[in-house]
Design a binder for this molecule. Structure first.
Ligand SMILES: Nc1ncnc2c1ncn2[C@@H]1O[C@H](COP(=O)(O)OP(=O)(O)OP(=O)(O)O)[C@@H](O)[C@H]1O
Ligand SMILES: O=c1[nH]c(=O)c2[nH+]cn([C@@H]3O[C@H](COP(=O)(O)O)[C@@H](O)[C@H]3O)c2[nH]1
Ligand SMILES: NC(=O)CC[C@H](N)C(=O)O
Ligand SMILES: [Mg+2]
Length: 537
């Protein structure tokens, strides 16, 4: 799908950009993270990307690792034009092997798969000082991390060895005439102690990239870019939830086009305590964004009546959400004389990376957005200002844009909200119990200074009753389960633990049982993800 962004300058045309070609390694996105951390912009594209179709000129190219062997029949191949691009190339693991094979060397299966640490000895080349730039500042034995079953058995013509290990005579090679480098180990993982220094040598010293990628510089350029896309009269609608992604996207849009941006918050009846009022105040009054809260609580709760299956709940909420959003957007469009051309989405780079496949764009396309279904009907063009950013970059951007810390560091909150945290049937009464318990939980977490170290915390209401005793009387009430996890990417997660945290949980339990009617027991969920998930439904 072509976006409006094709018409205007793209981010990769504004910054020195390193191109990372993905051959399917599980670490490919880490290379992207590490280089961005150096202040250099880079993009990860599938290895099927043809150089001829590239809309920008990269300052350097990195070929990633791969689960394939270069001698496999269906192994992914590099576009030969990469080697004529006239820019430095770094092959990592499979990238080294593929470059070696293409350029006339050979690669064979090793006797033993090598997975783990290895010590690297670096050789100096006084005759070719350029070659030594890759390991500049790194001397003696270097601890590196390997993960391979194949290795180079003969370097390609023109290449020379620049480092070896006990078992890998070609652990690093370089071309003596061209700026081509290959390494068997993985500099992108933290187990390679000086990996970041090596990547820095490559992108800054060898590719000569400017370290201009920072959220400070991104703000102005992006605002300018949005203005060019939308034009002087165009209008934009966007769904906002009060979560960090949609709030940062909304703020950026507001800075760019002011009141021509129309934000819509859907009250689906399963938001947290006072959330809609708070988000309206924060985005509307504090940030000056044109925001409308659409009260659809009864509609959502009506459709959820009698539904207990988690997937059906999600579907009903997702579909109803789209319906309400479309109706509101149509109303706004009418008010503005049919001027709305664009839909703002808070898509992040991980969504983009997950949607591409190293085998090429046709292999897997994941629909990852709950408002994606709007497009066909509404004929709106997409505008996604966070499309190139990782979550931590979005948070940094939020800070620069002056968003409150409370908003910037907000735990993620799922679109289906409390409906997937009330197990079993979702009724107004059950939502209210979960909502009050959750409010006490989060309030205490903040008061006791745990909020920032926890990645996500919430209270769920279980559809079971337990016996208790209160004021000498038997009680027979429901159970609240508390969840608190630490995670970087929400794909895997550990539970929060520690003596102080448990003391805090005890106080929270007592407050919930005393203050929330209908609850006489609180349990703490100690399951990690996997095998459990973060949400209960
Ligand atoms: N109640 C809601 N009203 C309007 N839009 C919503 C609502 N809930 C979710 N959305 C839309 O769905 C998108 C996806 O939600 P998601 O929770 O992944 O992101 P977020 O809320 O912006 O940030 P976070 O992940 O930090 O919660 C939001 O960016 C927003 O556009
Ligand atoms: O916007 C969202 N819509 C959803 O339908 C949804 N389901 C789960 N989540 C959030 O995703 C992360 C991982 O959750 P799970 O471990 O439960 O899959 C956690 O952060 C969850 O809160 C959602 N977010
Ligand atoms: N990590 C990798 O890139 C591995 C490449 C290749 N599959 C090997 O085993 O050597
Ligand atoms: Mg959210």
């Amino acid at each position: 799908m072509s976006t409006t962004q094709d018409k205007v300058t793209q981010v990769n045309q504004l910054y020195d950009t390193v191109l990372i070609l993905d051959f399917g390694s599980q670490y490919s996105h880490l290379i992207t993270r590490r280089i961005r951390e150096l202040g250099v912009y880079c993009e990860l594209l599938p290895c099927t990307q043809k150089m001829a179709d590239l809309h920008f000129k990269p300052k350097g190219i990195i070929l990633s690792g791969s689960p394939y062997s270069v001698y496999d029949k269906d192994a992914p191949r590099v576009d030969p034009a990469v080697f004529d691009a006239g820019v430095p190339i770094l092959g990592i693991c499979y990238g080294l092997q593929e470059m070696t094979t293409y350029m006339g060397g050979s690669v064979i299966a090793c006797d033993h798969r090598e997975y783990g640490h290895a010590m690297l000895s670096v050789a100096k080349h006084p005759d070719h000082p350029f070659i030594d730039k890759l390991f500049e500042g790194l001397s003696g034995d270097i601890q590196v991390w390997m993960s391979h079953g194949d290795q180079v058995s003969a370097a390609a013509p023109g290449f020379t060895v620049i480092a070896n290990t006990r078992t890998a005579p070609y652990a690093a090679v370089a071309h003596t005439e061209k700026p081509f480098f290959g390494i068997q180990f993985h500099p992108e993982v933290t187990h390679t102690v000086d990996g970041q220094a090596l990547l820095k040598n490559f992108v800054i010293s060898i590719c000569e990239c400017a370290t201009s990628w920072s959220m400070d510089s991104f703000v102005d350029k992006e605002i300018e870019r949005i203005r060019n896309i939308v034009g002087p009269t165009g209008r934009v609608v966007g769904a906002v939830s009060g979560g960090v992604d949609s709030s940062v996207a909304a703020k950026l849009m507001h800075e760019a086009i002011g009141d021509r941006f129309h934000a819509i918050l859907v009250d689906n009846g399963v938001m947290r305590l006072n959330e809609c009022e708070n988000v309206k105040k924060m985005l509307g009054e504090k940030m000056g964004i044109n925001i409308k809260v659409s009260d659809a609580a009864d509609l959502f709760l009506g459709r959820l009546k009698g539904v207990t299956d988690p997937e059906r709940k999600r579907k009903i909420i997702g579909n109803t959400f789209i319906e309400v959003f479309e109706a509101e957007a149509a109303l706004i469009d009418k008010e503005c004389g049919g001027n709305i051309e664009y839909l703002l989405q808070g898509t992040l780079y991980p969504d983009v990376i997950e949607s591409i496949s190293f085998k090429g764009p046709s292999a897997t396309i994941k629909t990852h957005h709950n408002v994606g279904g709007l497009l066909e009907d509404m004929k709106l063009k997409l505008i996604e200002p966070l499309r190139e950013l990782f979550k931590d970059e979005v948070r940094a951007l939020g800070k620069i844009l002056g968003l409150d810390d409370e908003l910037v560091w907000r735990h993620p909150f799922p679109g289906p909200g409390i409906a997937i945290r009330v197990l079993g049937e979702v009724t107004k009464e059950q939502v209210e119990i979960a909502r009050l318990a959750d409010n006490i939980y989060i309030e205490e977490i903040k008061k006791n200074g745990f909020y920032r170290q926890i990645s996500q915390a919430y209270a769920a209401l279980l559809p079971v009753k337990a016996v208790g005793v209160m004021g000498d009387k038997r009680t027979y009430e429901q159970v609240i389960a508390l969840r608190a996890v630490e995670t970087k990417d929400f794909m895997t997660a550990d539970i929060c633990s520690g003596a102080e945290w448990f003391m805090c949980l005890k106080r929270i339990s007592s407050r919930i049982i005393n203050e929330v009617k209908g609850v006489n027991r609180v349990v703490y969920d100690i399951s990690s993800k996997p095998p459990a998930t973060i949400e209960w439904e």
